[in-house]
Design a protein around this ligand. Structure first.
Ligand code: NAD
Length: 307
């Protein structure tokens, strides 16, 4: 399969690595000059669950790519999605599928502004990736990657991509309800990630506080209210249990929003707690936790002079 990765940071490069190793024709696309230069000169080095290997893989800025692709995996941060969709427009055919595995809410609607719904495949993943240096990434865990087409006509192509992900060791799974999975993942990110960033605590430290458990429940209630507006039924107690269970396996891990703040980079808060606060407030439902969390994270970005 001819595959492009649009946004080749931690997760994008790692997926590119796995897909090329699995025998596919993969091109990385990115705007980060140091990443492009390093991968061109020294290759892409990935540490996948402790096994380190370097491969040669093409990488360029989207505007320099002349090819078109069967599948494009989007791996920008949420705030970079729209810009990347415009930048890759010339690489898409009428049949190119876009697979979106970004964290956050509202991405399917954004993508639908640029390509037909029949070509959109949404998903979530619990693989954990990190950038060790330009050209050097690590990928930890076992996944899965759960995906589902936005339009029923795209099911057979989605199943084919699930098979590709399975064959490449990425643990692809066909999701029967990706809309629910997306909201559930957003609940995890909207509690663990934002609180870890605000409190400067790893997951073990965070969940050792009784205050955290109380806040997680209140935040999830606000997410459930917003999800209902979006036609998704979230059971608050089940989601809280799911988050607590996830926290047990993460121990000393600092979630990506904490890493973004530490590295003075913009966070995805507007696509998580920020979206929930706005959806609730637009419908006259108070969402004080999500509103305050969004303001605190933006205040931190401003204090740090993030650009
Ligand atoms: P990332 O920050 O590593 O990469 C995103 C973009 O930022 C890429 O285009 C990358 O090249 C660029 N970038 C990264 N560091 C840069 C730097 N120092 N200077 C300039 N540009 C830089 O993001 P990611 O972790 O790959 O996440 C992509 C999406 O996947 C996000 O929506 C994220 O929430 C989601 N996600 C990530 C993980 C994970 O473990 N990393 C897991 C699940 C979902």
């Amino acid at each position: 399969m001819k595959i492009a990765i649009a946004g080749s940071g931690a997760l994008g490069s790692s997926f590119g690595f796995m897909l090329q190793k699995g025998g596919h024709d993969v091109t990385l696309m990115d705007y980060w000059d140091e990443q492009i230069q390093t991968i061109r000169e020294h290759g892409l080095t990935a540490n996948v669950n402790g096994v380190i290997e370097t491969i040669r893989i093409p990488i360029d800025k989207p505007e320099n790519i002349q090819d078109s692709f069967d599948v494009v995996f989007m791996f920008t941060k949420s705030m970079g999605l729209r810009h990347m969709l415009k930048a890759i427009a010339h690489t898409l055919t009428v049949d190119t599928k876009i697979v979106c595995l970004l964290n956050g809410l509202g991405h399917a609607k954004t993508i639908a502004e640029y390509i037909p719904t029949k070509n959109i495949i949404m998903g979530t993943t619990v693989w954990t990736a990190g950038l060790d240096a330009p050209g050097k990434v690590h990928l930890m865990g076992h996944g899965p990657v759960e995906i589902q087409e936005s339009d029923p006509s795209g099911k057979s192509e989605t199943l084919a991509i699930v098979k590709v992900l399975q064959d490449c060791g990425l643990n692809g799974v066909y999701s029967e309800d990706v809309h629910f999975t997306t909201w559930r993942k957003a609940c995890v990110n909207g509690t663990m990630n934002s609180l870890s960033a605000i409190l400067d605590a790893n997951i073990e430290e965070l969940f050792s506080s009784t205050q955290t458990h109380a806040m997680v429940k209140e935040i999830v209630k606000e997410f459930a209210a917003a999800a209902e507006i979006d036609g998704v039924d979230l059971n608050v107690d089940e989601i809280v249990d799911y988050i607590n269970q996830a926290s047990v396996n993460l121990g000393s891990h600092y979630p990506s929003m904490h890493q973004d703040i530490s590295n003075r980079r913009f966070t995805e808060i507007d696509f998580l707690n920020g979206t929930v606060a706005k959806m609730c407030e637009d419908n006259n439902i108070p969402a004080p936790y999500c509103r305050l969390i969004t303001q605190l994270i933006h205040a931190k970005e401003e204090i740090l002079g993030v650009k």
